[in-house]
Design a protein around this ligand. Sequence first.
Ligand SMILES: N[C@](CCCC[B-](O)(O)O)(CCN1CCCCC1)C(=O)O
Ligand SMILES: [Mn+2]
Ligand SMILES: [Mn+2]
Ligand SMILES: [Mn+2]
Length: 305
Amino acid sequence: HSVGIIGAPFSKGQPRDGVQLGPDVIREAGLVKKLEGQGCVVKDYGNLIFEDVSNDEPIGRTKQPRVVGLANKQVADAVQRVKNDGHTCVMLGGDHSLAIGSIHGHAAYRPELSVVWVDAHADINTPLTSPTGNIHGQPMSYLIRELCTKIPVLPNFSWIKPCIAAQDVVYIGLRDVDPEEHHILKHLGIKTFCMTEVDSLGIAKVMEQMCDHIFSKIKKPIHLSYDIDALDPSVAPATGTPVIGGLTYREGIYITEYVCQTGLLSAVDVVEVNPKQAKREEEARFTANVAVDLVLGCFGRVREG
Ligand SMILES: N[C@](CCCC[B-](O)(O)O)(CCN1CCCCC1)C(=O)O
Ligand SMILES: [Mn+2]
Ligand SMILES: [Mn+2]
Ligand SMILES: [Mn+2]
């Protein structure tokens, strides 16, 4: 595997300080060395530098639109460059608003994508349905073609062209979905495997059925957007919006091993690691180590040795 890593130290899609430290704590946990240790060729493109935007007043309830829009344009350009250079792209967040740029830049390189969204949350609020105005709860609404009529004009968002079809999206791990999000998911017929299905089917069946769904027509490259809060807080405590009843470590890793063996993984985001949300330093380190293990699973690490 040839891997290109981008660090996106960005936190303005949500209100909690610390998630901008995600890229560096994940690197400090040994990501590059461990990828190389399992035979990957790794190019670390370093961290993007995000300028601040003054007077970034909310638009309606939507908070920090200008700095989020600007940051995601940088992410989109960087991801497209990594793909043009021939690597599988690993985008280290930072909050989940960064998926706007990551998926947009990936789709600019490869227009036909399937998106596997692993998360406790659906992150599909529109600016008008969001209960918080935090853009990390909204990224999918800007990307899904069928929602484009529901999105108001926002400053620094005009570059975004919806690039994903609802039928090409699958969710795994949902357990904290807002009522309006649930309506959108149902209305668009988006395939979801919430934690009830993970329990009733088991993760192996979930992954089989997920692939049946996204590959039902033609096989499209996979964009895996992995929110660390999909995992149970006992496994990934250092995150901003923890929700109990999450994926076990083994289920979380199985997802990455399964996606890896499809041979179709083209880009992966690992987001929402926030060391400042840990009660103790070792919780932050533990969470970073789990994030590293997820990436290693994406690139061929198997538990049998
Ligand atoms: N859906 C929420 C949470 C978004 C989490 C973003 B992620 O997945 O990137 O971490 C709101 C959640 N909800 C608000 C009302 C009280 C219960 C929680 C939102 O703010 O839109
Ligand atoms: Mn989440
Ligand atoms: Mn309806
Ligand atoms: Mn998320």
